[in-house]
Design a protein around this ligand. Structure first.
Ligand code: HEC
Length: 127
């Protein structure tokens, strides 16, 4: 009889405090949506390996190779080279007075130019 009278309130107390503390803390401390959307854009981001390298290879490294040829001032054969020069690259591929590749080579397509600009906007990812 005595034991029952003691155990019952203890169990009740454990249930109440156990439940209340864990439930309120969980609601307050935990982000209800800890991983909202790691990639909100279903379209994958532009990366050097997937998108940019092939443009450089087909249109630029004929001169900006390693070693450079035809008076090109630097090579564009690695991720770091292209990344560090992206601002200059974008301005020259969009230039009509001083374009890259130089005339009489055809300019990059609007889609290729857009891809390089999107690469910059996406944070110049390597892969
Ligand atoms: C036919 C050879 C040739 C090709 C192809 C070529 N370039 Fe050039 N590039 C040059 C030469 C020569 C220069 C230096 C003279 C000048 O700036 O116009 C140069 C200069 C540049 C410069 C400016 C350097 C500076 O800081 O002044 C950039 C940026 C550049 N090229 C990017 C590119 C990109 C990107 C491509 C491909 C889309 C490309 N080039 C294709 C020959 C080439």
């Amino acid at each position: 009889m005595k034991i029952k009278k003691l155990i019952y309130p203890i169990i009740m107390a454990l249930m109440i405090f156990g439940c209340s503390s864990s439930s309120t803390e969980d609601l307050n401390d935990q982000n209800p949506n800890p991983d909202p959307d790691p990639d909100p854009n279903p379209i994958t981001k532009v990366t050097y390996d997937a998108d940019i390298k092939s443009i450089m290879s087909s249109r630029c490294i004929g001169c900006h190779g390693n070693p450079t040829t035809q008076g090109a001032p630097f090579s564009l054969t690695t991720y770091n080279e292209v990344k560090s020069r992206v601002t200059g690259i974008i301005s020259r591929i969009k230039s009509s007075s001083n374009p890259m590749p130089p005339t009489p080579n055809s300019p990059l397509t609007p889609a290729q130019i857009e891809l390089i600009e999107q690469w910059q906007a996406d944070g110049l990812l390597e892969n």
